[in-house]
Design a protein around this ligand. Structure first.
Ligand code: SF4
Length: 290
């Protein structure tokens, strides 16, 4: 198969899954599933990235594929009303997304997420409550997957990944800082259609995290011909500037970001390995200038 066709197949995988899920739901062979999105300790980047979905769009996804019942970042309900919706939906069938690390020090006091009946509810409390009942659990973004920036040394608030926190549950990991909206939508559509997608040894769906960035990078021929950029902005492979493409598994070069306009290497920035295990501590320095 030609490289162009392979690229097209990688790029369109999420769209195909979502459209098939919509068809199956509209013909009543599958059901929409409730979605609970808990923003724990992070920067809101993953939900902003999700809002930025273009094809399919955020609105299309939350009206055609899921019942987006709870999100502490976006929902209009506030206070007790919002928390009561949370306690109701987690008695039903649902997928839980956690975005952000789980802070555990001082009983989770560094991220409170609700106030109900005179008690403060931490994000850790919510993840534990919903995590006990969720049909599937998705960790979305670097912080939820491996602690990320929230757990960077010296990790003063005791942040940990969702899998470390929910030791007895299987967590599907969707790393990235932020996570691409296609990776979230495609994985949920796959769960509705077929159940769990094929995962790698870090529980990442192989359909999105199966290839090294380096293998699909448009600057690969520079690498093979040993033409290296000496500073950011120069033409050439950015390996000597510390590009983490050779160790990072995502489909960024083919999928691209922000309505498929561009991606870091395409904009003269080395890959910083934001979807790689151990980001950011193990990926530093992000750019090597000697
Ligand atoms: S720019 Fe980075 S990802 Fe692209 S070929 Fe060079 S080292 Fe690999």
């Amino acid at each position: 198969m030609s490289e162009c066709r392979i690229n097209n197949r990688i790029r369109s995988r999420a769209q195909e899954l979502v459209h098939k899920a919509v068809r199956e739901i509209s013909e009543k062979r599958k059901d929409k599933i409730n979605l609970v999105w808990i923003e724990a300790t992070g920067c809101s980047g993953n939900i902003i990235s999700f809002l930025n979905a273009d094809a399919p769009s955020f609105n299309y996804f939350i009206t055609q594929v899921v019942n987006f019942r709870y999100t502490n970042s976006l929902m209009l309900a506030q206070g007790a009303e919002a928390f009561e919706e949370f306690t109701e939906v987690i008695k039903e069938d649902f997928i839980m997304i956690v975005d952000g690390a789980v802070t555990t020090k001082d009983n989770g006091a560094y991220t409170y997420s609700a106030y109900y009946d005179g008690s403060l509810i931490s994000a850790a409390d919510k993840v534990a409550l919903a995590g006990a009942n969720a049909r599937y659990i998705l960790a979305v973004g670097a912080c939820a997957v491996s602690g990320g920036v929230s757990a960077a040394a010296p990790n003063p608030s005791g942040c940990m990944s969702v899998q470390q926190f929910l030791k007895n549950r299987r967590v599907i990991n969707l790393p990235g800082c932020p996570c691409h909206p296609d990776w979230v939508m495609g994985t949920i559509a796959n769960l509705i259609l077929y159940g769990e997608p094929e995962l790698d040894d870090f529980n990442r769906p192989k359909m999105f995290y199966g290839n090294l960035i380096h293998d699909y990078c448009e600057r690969r021929s520079f690498f093979e011909n040993r033409i290296f950029a000496e500073s950011v902005g120069q033409e050439g492979c950015m390996f000597k500037l510390g590009c983490r493409g050779p160790v990072t598994r995502t489909d960024c070069p083919t999928r691209r970001w922000n309505d498929r306009v561009n991606w870091p290497v395409g904009d003269n920035t080395p890959c910083i390995g934001c979807a790689q295990v151990g980001f950011p501590d193990l990926m530093e320095p992000f750019v090597r200038m000697e």
